[in-house]
Design a binder for this molecule. Structure first.
Ligand SMILES: O=P(O)(O)OC[C@H]1O[C@](O)(CO)[C@@H](O)[C@@H]1O
Length: 504
């Protein structure tokens, strides 16, 4: 079907379902719970509580076919120049899969394997050393992925190292991270693709001095000369490449801290889980493809239902960093209002991603989810088998997870409007059999592919982030002014500078 006809069909479905209620959609189709669910290895996903029906999904599938989503996924893993504004491929899949065809993907995969072997050597030598604590210094993609995974996989950590993270240029974070650590027993990893990031260089210099030099300093960077010039021994610099986006990089040596925490076996299992999802994303048909289904639902919620935000609600404390990780993955990738071809997308793109771990979050912002004026679609993530033996707690956790998805979807009528729940709040519910390196790898790769699929549907580049540059430049200009050297900034900033200077 031609594009215009498809858009018209999309709008017809939007109009038809504008007044639809999730409990009615569920009641109308007894097979819905099963037909709206997909399983890929350890990841089960139910879309039954989305405000969508089978004919709409069929149209969305046609839309995916129209933008050649399957070919786009294939192009991604084969190393096509999907990052057009920077003239690069985005080959994060080559870090964990040998799915890519052709020379570019093949070379990337070989480079990734060689780097992983070097990383394994460094992990082994550190395990044999007297080092007890490791500080990962990085920000954005050089922090959020490793931070999430190290915390999520703490049940797989043998405790050989305590791993700490420092990202913020706020000196308070580095001060508290180093408090109580022994410089003679601490190693630091400077993770920066560019090795030009202000926060990481300032924190790195502080930690290098605190360590008393570069002896236990490691680096992961695509800018090896800069890392060496900083004082890191070339033998302790692991490579990154311009074909890996920062927010897609935890599978590379950026995951050094992960490998220290859960061992190389755990790291390999994480990669294997992601590789399984890569194969599914590229090979599964459109109508049975989990990341594509997730992406189509995201676009439906944003453009047909007009929902401006998206909540991420892991019902597992170990996944407490998942909302922050997905904020970067989704919002840095899709936060664009210009298509790759320079045109306006003509529709809303990125939602604001936010969230928190259940059940804790139930006692903070869930009131607004249930009765606020904005409808917030949610991704719930639960884990069937816990890694602890407190069965009573886990049953309560799962009961709350199921109860929240049900009550947000169905609502509750009452005579008293204060006690009425409007319901019709859409959600997707993921269940992992267990939280393991393998299942976590699969879940994170699912989100990566969904984000890429959304970018293809909207025609935008998921792999650049020009929007972060302006603030960085202005901060550079304001730095001397803050020290009293010259003037910078607009009228409001100057007034604020004066206020700060007067009270220092
Ligand atoms: O790894 P680097 O080069 O220090 O960059 C850190 C982060 O900064 C950004 O470039 C912009 O905030 C992110 O995309 C990236 O993950």
């Amino acid at each position: 079907m031609a594009g215009e006809a498809l858009v018209r069909q999309f709008l017809d479905h939007a109009e038809r379902l504008a007044g639809a209620r999730i409990p009615d959609l569920v009641a109308e189709d007894p097979a819905r719970a099963a037909s709206m669910a997909l399983r890929v290895g350890p990841v089960y996903a139910s879309f039954a509580r989305q405000r969508i029906d089978a004919p709409t999904l069929a149209t969305l599938g046609e839309l995916a076919g129209h933008v050649r989503l399957s070919l786009a996924l294939r192009a991604l893993v084969d190393g096509a120049e999907v990052n057009a504004s920077e003239g690069r491929p985005a080959l994060h899949t080559a870090l964990r899969s040998d799915l890519g065809r052709g020379e570019v993907a093949g070379r990337a995969h070989a480079d990734a394997l060689a780097a992983r072997e070097r990383m394994a050597g460094l992990v082994a030598s550190l395990r044999e050393s007297g080092v007890t604590d490791v500080v990962n210094i990085g920000i954005g993609g050089s922090d959020l992925g490793p931070r999430l995974v190290v915390d999520a996989l703490k049940d797989f950590n043998d405790g050989r190292f305590r791993v700490h993270f420092v990202s913020n240029v706020d000196g308070s974070e580095v001060q508290h991270a180093l408090r109580g650590l022994d410089p003679a027993r601490t190693a630091a990893i400077l993770v920066s693709k560019s090795f030009g990031t202000q926060e990481t260089l300032l924190n790195g210099a502080l930690v290098r001095d605190w360590l008393g030099g570069g002896e236990r300093l490691y680096a992961v960077s695509a800018n090896v000369p800069a890392a060496e010039a900083f004082g890191v021994d070339p033998a302790r610099v692991l490579p990154m490449w311009d074909w890996v986006g920062g927010r897609y990089s935890l599978w590379s040596a950026v995951g050094f801290a992960i490998a220290l925490a859960v061992g190389m076996d755990g790291f390999e299992a994480l990669l294997a889980g992601a590789a399984g999802m890569d194969a599914h994303a590229v090979e599964a048909p459109l109508d049975a493809n989990l990341p594509i289904r997730h992406a189509l639902v995201a676009v439906w919620n944003r453009n047909a239902l007009g929902l401006p935000t998206q909540a991420v609600l892991p019902y597992d404390q170990r996944l407490a960093h998942l909302p922050a990780y997905l904020q970067q993955l989704v919002m840095e990738s899709l936060g664009k209002s210009v298509r790759s071809d320079g045109r306006a997308p003509g529709v809303a793109t990125v939602p604001v991603v936010w969230g928190g771990a259940g059940t804790t979050a139930q006692h903070s912002f869930f009131q607004a989810l249930h009765q606020g004026t904005d409808v917030v679609p949610a991704d719930f993530i639960g884990v069937v088998r816990p890694a602890h033996g407190y069965r009573g707690n886990h049953d309560a956790l799962l009961a709350n997870l199921l109860a929240q998805a049900e009550s947000l979807g169905n609502g509750h009528a009452a005579d008293d409007p204060q006690k009425t729940y409007p319901g019709n709040r859409p959600s997707t519910l993921f269940l992992l059999d267990e939280l393991t390196p393998h299942s976590l790898g699969a879940l994170l790769a699912m989100y990566e592919h969904s984000v890429y699929a959304q970018s293809v549907l909207w025609g935008i580049n998921a792999f650049d982030q020009w929007g972060v540059e302006l603030g960085k430049r202005i901060a550079g200009e304001l730095l001397p002014a803050l020290r009293g050297e010259g003037e910078a900034g607009d009228v409001v900033t100057r007034a604020l500078l004066e206020e700060i200077r007067a009270r220092r």
